[in-house]
Design a protein around this ligand. Structure first.
Ligand SMILES: Cc1cc2nc3c(=O)[nH]c(=O)nc-3n(C[C@H](O)[C@H](O)[C@H](O)COP(=O)(O)O)c2cc1C
Length: 356
């Protein structure tokens, strides 16, 4: 069924809502205002990827980000998912664990955040959180985290989502295992590329076994060094993951463009995702710094099947329509991306008809 849906997307609508943390899920519970926010951004047949949702109580690192590990959270997602479906959208839930991008204040019993390593993260520009040095996960603890992802995927399906996107990008826990700037382990989860990718692939396998490969995507950013998670050979990492993912037959791979060194900073870059996209057998989604023209070119040149837009979609709830008409876009205001207001900078961006 979902393969058919993606076929429809590829033929009719290539504009995807990128996963975007909004920090308006008070107490880690999705709120009713998200119903309007997501339904505003839904078009018939369009794919939306929800903001990252924590897989457990150790997964959180920012105020008011949603979770998907409790019954209350699952129930709270249901009307949001229903609203997207009512408008014909396809809705995937991004599931994450922040790893060391956290502090004791977000952790159960004030414990240290967990990671592949005990290397601390230095303060990051634009993130108003002080990080606590992490605790290196013991080898025997890793199956529990894999299981948390599996249960989160099950919960997402229970909430009504069409599938999940595993967050393996942007310097969070899975990236902290894949990248050798962070991972200094000497067990079977460290050292070689195969070992560093083992944890992510175990998560993929567990999630596929739980909800089926057609309902699973993954987001990766091999070239980025967000949260001090860089790799010495990102092309080899991307290719290794693409080839390994083929064995599980997952629906899509969503990759962040090499030009995005951090989440919002675009820079000149000689690297390309093309060889990695060619190696991957499923639908290939790319994100990072795209506008209408650039996205059209990427699709026309076969560099991607679908394009995920982040900041332009914050500010333009009707982005696919504006692209179709080549209409002007509302500008985004970075200062309201992550405030906690349930309306301002969230659901108050005007639609085309009401734009002055
Ligand atoms: C405020 C903000 C929140 C974001 N939250 C997430 C997130 O929850 N998960 C994720 O994978 N990426 C997240 N991103 C990254 C975006 O999905 C996207 O890759 C990035 O904004 C670059 O795309 P753009 O140039 O189209 O905005 C976030 C970006 C911003 C600016």
């Amino acid at each position: 069924m979902l393969v058919f849906i993606i076929y429809v997307l590829v033929v009719f609508c290539r504009v995807v809502l990128a996963p975007l943390t909004r920090q308006r899920s008070y107490g880690n519970v999705p709120q009713p205002h998200a119903i309007l926010y997501y339904s505003q951004r839904t078009s018939n047949g369009g794919l939306l990827i929800a903001e990252a949702a924590g897989v457990s109580d150790t997964a959180q690192g920012y105020p008011d980000t949603p979770g998907i590990w409790t019954t209350e959270q699952v129930e709270a997602w249901k009307p949001i998912v229903d609203a997207v479906h009512a408008k014909g959208g396809v809705f995937f839930c991004q599931i994450w664990h922040v790893g060391r991008v956290s502090n004791t204040g977000f952790q159960p019993n004030g414990q240290a955040p967990i990671s592949s390593s005990d290397k601390p993260l230095t303060p990051q520009i634009g993130i108003d959180v002080e990080f606590t040095p992490p605790r290196r996960l013991r080898t025997d603890e890793i199956p529990q985290i894999v299981n948390d992802f599996r249960l989160a995927a099950r919960n997402a399906i229970e909430a009504g989502f069409d599938g999940v996107e595993i967050l393996g990008a942007n310097g969070y826990l899975l990236d902290q295992f894949m990248k050798n700037q962070v991972n200094d382990r000497t067990d079977e989860y460290g050292g070689s590329l195969e070992n560093r990718c083992r944890f992510s692939l175990e998560v993929v396998e567990a999630v596929v076994n739980e909800i089926g490969a057609d309902n699973v995507g993954i987001r990766l950013s091999p070239f980025a060094n967000c949260m001090e998670s860089g790799d010495s050979d990102p092309k080899a990492l991307g290719l290794y993951m693409a080839n390994s993912l083929n064995k599980y037959g997952i629906l899509y791979c969503h990759m962040v463009e090499p030009r995005m060194k951090t989440v919002g900073e675009k820079c000149a870059c000689p690297h390309s995702l093309v060889p990695i996209g060619k190696a991957f057998n499923g639908t290939f989604i790319v994100a990072g710094g795209f506008d209408r023209e650039d996205g059209n070119n990427a699709v026309a040149e076969g560099r991607a099947d679908l394009i995920a837009f982040g900041r332009w979609f914050f500010a333009n709830p009707d982005l696919p329509k504006r692209f179709e008409l080549n209409a002007p876009l509302n500008k985004y205001n970075g200062e309201t991306f992550c405030i906690s207001d349930p309306v301002i900078g969230y659901t108050d961006y005007p639609f085309l008809e009401t734009t002055a």
